[in-house]
Design a protein around this ligand. Structure first.
Ligand SMILES: [Zn+2]
Length: 158
């Protein structure tokens, strides 16, 4: 069953890349972040990995591509191409549920549709204030919880 083996191979590659952490937020993988959009088997037996950068100009983008390349190179028999596709554009909707949960546990408020009520990742209150639109990286905004008085990063919704 050659076909089944190929499917397994693609699944193995997804699992491999799920082990590549985001360089800025190491608790979330590049797969959960939605940067790795697709892995396609080509007729010649090579694979094409489609990646979409998150925020345009995010300095981590090149580093992420390099980390993905290194992970794929660990399989010496694998021939691959990494292709960057900008369309459809990445949005925070591409972050998986598992990824959003990991962000929360890490103390980063996951992106919320609507962006109005950002709950504190520690106590859950929405009694928070935005201190700065730019947190530790341009992708995040810095908030402060008025209840537990702790600052926290909020992954901005785009
Ligand atoms: Zn709080």
């Amino acid at each position: 069953m050659a076909e089944t083996r190929e499917i397994d191979r693609i699944a193995d590659l997804w699992a491999l890349l799920d082990g590549v952490p985001d360089p800025e937020i190491p608790v979330i993988s590049v797969v959960d972040l939605g940067i790795v959009r697709d892995i396609r088997e080509q007729p010649d037996g090579s694979v094409t990995v489609i990646i979409t950068p998150t925020y345009t100009g995010c300095p981590a983008t090149l580093l992420i591509e390099q980390m993905i390349r290194e992970a794929l190179e660990s399989d010496a028999s694998l021939r691959f191409t990494i292709r960057t596709e900008l369309s459809p554009a990445w949005t925070t909707d591409w972050i998986s549920e598992k990824g959003k949960q990991a962000l929360k546990e890490y103390g980063i408020a996951p992106p919320q549709p609507g962006e109005r009520d950002v709950p504190c990742p520690r106590c859950g209150t929405t009694d928070v204030e935005c201190i700065s639109q730019f947190g530790s990286t341009p992708c995040k905004a810095l908030y402060k919880c008025r209840q537990c008085l702790e600052p926290f990063d909020h992954f901005k919704c785009i």
